[in-house]
Design a protein around this ligand. Structure first.
Ligand code: NAD
Ligand code: ZN
Ligand code: ZN
Length: 344
């Protein structure tokens, strides 16, 4: 089958031919219908060899949906032809976190060498994908594959962050979204669907700010050295009860710290390498800072249910598998509005 692989440290990914996978006991083989292109793949492909935690070549794609093509021995609950979304942050299934459905925080995945598809295990940018266990599948139940595939990460990750912040997002509150890209433009919609907060989106690109307004941001602000002052002014000087940073770079985490309200919450989701100093007088009183990773199995089912209700409209741009290297180039250049989706 054809697959998009990251093969050489620092080089662009390539379309290659690899053997068709066969499902072993407990595994499920999917014919991939859509795979999402995430900025984290670019972060991985920018790391030096010594910082990679898995061997190359790697078939990319940690957002995947597909049709069940074959079931390994002993698999129950799914049948050939079922349309499913893949829960990506695979865990051991047995530790205390996995028991809660929080396989993203599995206590043993590292020790057992369990890696998500596309981030260590062979990913979804291929004609077929092997899924290690039926518990990592959620039925699409009528959702369109292209619209649904970004929800497995670009939807699930902000959903988890937004859900945690909901108690603070009361009427009259403000939520700030920094970076209105793949994750950020879904975050804006999640905030509008789940909270009465006023949503302020920041980006460096006018196109992304336009998309943020289209999907429900009340205010948009250019992310420059004046951004923090503008957001403060928009909140009457009080700041935002929740800040979601989908860039995570030194200048954006500084803005996040500068716009947070007393008792506010900052979620640094982006992998941009920024850090916030916590300590008396560094941030407004009692601000919480966290760096959440992906979401739980239950939350994936919730985000798909929210999409079925019509509350989410993910903007997508589609590419064939042969065009997938171009999708990464465009994402790297900031030229994808919403999410790029590969159709293998
Ligand atoms: P993306 O490229 O689609 O979106 C990033 C957006 O940020 C773009 O719209 C870009 O214009 C904007 N941006 C860049 N610099 C900015 C700045 N200084 N101020 C404001 N906006 C700026 O990327 P994505 O796929 O949505 O991923 C976003 C980030 O989240 C990446 O760092 C990715 O690695 C990370 N990520 C983290 C998790 C997690 O679990 N923590 C999961 C998925 C992605
Ligand atoms: Zn991702
Ligand atoms: Zn576990």
């Amino acid at each position: 089958m054809k697959a998009l692989q990251y093969r050489i440290v620092g080089a662009a990914p390539e379309v290659v031919t690899v053997p068709d996978p066969d499902p072993g006991p407990g595994q499920i083989l999917l014919k991939v219908t859509a795979a999402g292109v995430c900025h984290s793949d670019i972060a991985v492909m920018s790391r030096p060899a010594e910082a990679l935690s898995f061997p190359l070549p790697l078939t990319l794609g940690h957002e995947g949906v597909g049709t069940v093509a074959a079931l390994g021995a002993g698999v129950t609950g799914f049948a050939e032809g079922d349309q499913v979304a893949v829960y990506g942050p695979w865990g051991c299934g047995a530790c205390a976190k996995c028991a809660e459905g929080k396989e993203n925080y599995c206590l043993r995945a590292g020790a057992l060498g369990i890696r998500p598809p596309g981030l260590g295990a062979p990913g979804a940018m291929a004609e077929y994908l092997l899924v290690d266990d039926a518990r990592h599948l959620v039925p699409l139940d009528g959702l369109d594959p292209v619209a649904a595939v970004p929800l497995t990460d670009a939807g699930l990750t902000p959903y988890h962050a937004v859900k945690r912040a909901l108690p603070r997002l009361v009427p009259g509150s403000t939520a700030v979204v920094i970076g209105a890209g793949g994750l950020g433009h879904v975050a804006v919609q999640l905030l509008r669907a789940l909270s009465p907060a006023r949503v302020v989106a920041l980006d460096i690109s006018e196109d992304k700010l336009r998309l943020a307004r289209e999907v429900g941001a009340h205010e948009t602000v250019r992310s420059d050295e004046r951004a923090a002052a503008v957001v403060r002014e928009l909140t009457g000087g009080l700041g935002a009860e929740a800040v979601f940073d989908f860039v995570g770079a030194p200048p954006t985490v500084a803005v996040a710290g500068a716009v947070a309200a007393v008792e506010g919450e900052i979620s640094v989701v982006g992998l941009g390498g920024g850090a916030l100093p916590v300590g008396f007088g560094r941030l407004p009183h009692e601000v919480s800072v966290s760096s959440p990773y992906w979401g739980s199995r239950g939350e994936l089912a919730e985000v798909l249910a929210l999409a079925r209700s019509g509350a989410l409209s993910v903007h997508t741009e589609t590419f064939t598998l042969d065009e997938a290297p171009l999708a990464y180039e465009r994402l790297h250049a900031g030229r994808v509005d919403g999410r790029a989706v590969v159709l293998p």
